[in-house]
Ligand binder design. Structure first.
Ligand code: CUA
Length: 274
């Protein structure tokens, strides 16, 4: 900006006169003035901003720290103080500031909940931060706002802001390992741990310890499947397991050509993980 102003000033000064004696000193003072004034204003604003910049990168007071990790194409949310972890659906307490640390597992993503904050990038190898502060209990919809590959459009997320007591109850449940499945769906758990599912997914309380895909310990309690691509219902879980690539092409969830019986057993098991 200053460079542009100086360039314009130089051009103005170089223009041949039209017979009138040029007011060289008047113009020069004007140039110095319009260059120095904005520079001074920017310098003052910069100094005033420094404390805000510093506070943005560290949680303070009663802030709830959360780590958000962008993956192609889903979100991982960690609660370091609570020892809890979930995916795609961030729960926060109403009225308490939430300090979100943003990381990426692969490419650049962007965290955007339009009703709660502006867009902030999640950049591999660099940590960014943002604050969330929900004033009323609601579900706030958001999405990845940086093109990150073929399923960028289906990298949705949602923030569930709850009364503090409800949030505490949610955290307490999240911290529990998956409940032992009822006899009717025990076959689903057996399939899950015998097949390749465990290479990518974790279900606390079982031998499934993969971290490539979302943690599924409480899958049944989430609102959506596949980071927002389907509502989380038993029927949709069947559709998803039957052929994920038909629903979210390019995602890391392969089509395992499961039989209908296996799909039914797995879907019943996963939907029972509340
Ligand atoms: Cu992640 Cu777009």
């Amino acid at each position: 900006m200053q460079g542009l102003l100086l360039y314009m000033a130089a051009r103005f000064r170089a223009r041949p006169g039209d017979g009138e004696p040029r007011q060289v000193f008047g113009h020069r003072n004007l140039e110095i003035g319009w260059t120095a004034a904005p520079a001074l204003i920017l310098a003052v604003v910069f100094v005033l901003m420094l404390p805000a910049l510093r506070s943005a990168s560290a949680p303070e007071g009663d802030a709830l720290p959360v780590v958000a990790i962008g993956h192609q194409w889903w979100w991982e949310f960690q609660y370091p103080n609570q020892g809890a972890l979930t995916a795609n659906e961030l729960h926060i307490p109403v009225g308490q500031p939430v300090h979100v640390q943003l990381e990426s597992a692969d490419v650049i993503h962007s965290f955007w909940i339009p009703r709660l904050n502006g867009k902030t990038d999640l950049i591999p190898g660099k940590t960014n931060y943002l604050w969330l502060h929900a004033q009323e209990a609601d579900t706030y919809l958001g999405q990845c706002a940086e093109f990150c590959g073929i399923q960028h459009a289906w990298m949705l997320l949602r923030v569930v802001a709850q009364a503090p007591a409800d949030f505490d109850a949610w955290v307490a449940n999240e911290r529990q390992p998956a409940a032992a499945p009822a006899a009717a769906v025990a076959q689903g758990q057996q399939l899950f741990t015998q097949r390749t599912c465990i290479n990518c997914h974790t279900i606390q309380g079982t031998s499934a310890r993969g971290t490539v895909g979302p943690d599924l310990t409480h899958m049944g309690s989430r609102q959506t499947i596949g980071a927002g691509v389907l509502d989380n219902t038993l029927d949709n879980m069947r559709r998803w397991l039957k052929n994920p690539q038909a629903i979210k092409p390019g995602s890391n969830m392969p089509d395992f050509h499961l039989s209908d019986a296996d799909v039914d057993a797995l879907a019943a098991y996963l939907e029972g993980l509340k």
